[in-house]
Design a protein around this ligand. Sequence first.
Ligand code: UT7
Length: 333
Amino acid sequence: MNSFRAVITGTGVSLPKRILTNRELESMVDTDDEWIKTRTGIEERRLVEPDENVSDMAAEAGVLALKEAGIEVSDLHLIVLATSSPDMIMPSAACMTQAKLGATCPAFDVMAACSGFVFGLSVGAQYIESGSFKNVLVIGSDALTRHLDWEDRRTCVLFGDGAGAVVLTRSNGEHGVLASYLASDGRGADLLKIPAGGSASPGSEKTLARRDHCIKMNGHEVFKFAVRAIPDAVEKALTGAGLEPKDIDYLIPHQANRRIIDAAAERLDIDLTKVVVNIERYGNTSTASIPIALDELNREGRLREGDVLVFVGFGAGLTWGANVVRWGKGVAG
Ligand code: UT7
């Protein structure tokens, strides 16, 4: 019987050049730097340029991940793009990314909001573990600032844009994705949503007047959910891998709020030195936040062969989940 593993052989990111600081936001909406910093940990975030879209960021991140993996575009067997802000509702942003990369493999979007990368990584890994594919590009790319109501201070200060990507390659060794845990609870769908633009409420003058094409969030309820969801997903994914919280070398959580991350780390009894946080520079980049943080660790040379990494996401849907990964390139399978 095959016992293939999906190892991460390359990472990459795309971060828009335009930086929007808390100070600048003070002149746009009734907020202040101190509130944003103390309540969220965010100091600045990136904004896509007018001619830059989710598929552009996804392709840029993908090129860098492929370069590190040493894999040609022609050797890719699948592209999984996690996003909840695709360039258009149809076709998928994955297809647009495929064309920009010059790839010919199948490509599809996964929509699980801020948990999208965790879901996408699990999907990509499954195709490798089953023996179907050898090289899969998994990307998280979001431009949620395009869906912000810049007059709603409860949401517009939180989000930023960006993309992160990983190449998964088939291996026979002990490294790679060891386990994933995915969860959804659609009863919480109203807590975080973009109400218009879908088939239930297509764009119209009315939806525009109601700003229904913008993100609406019950921040308080999402906060409470997130603090429970992180330990739940981390513990279940670790159990699937036969590991415990004390075995974690780096916990890479979705970057939505510094206070959420601290509270969840405390519940898991994980030392904060093992918890990766970069929310101060990018805000909440949704599905991109985990691969962006992973790429930073990788580029800074902080990852050692055999390190146990846990990625944990949570967000609209509601959705939440985690992946356990043993870092290292393994033996080509
Ligand atoms: O990635 C998807 C998942 N999303 C999340 O995980 C977000 C989860 N939620 C949160 O992170 C937090 O709930 C928020 C950061 C959104 C809000 O923080 P909070 O500590 O829950 O604040 P709050 O909503 O309870 O508001 C406290 C006060 C209110 O004023 P009053 O009613 O007490 O006078 C708000 O109007 O802070 C006010 N406020 C602000 N003040 C200055 C809300 N937003 C702002 C702002 N600037 N930007």
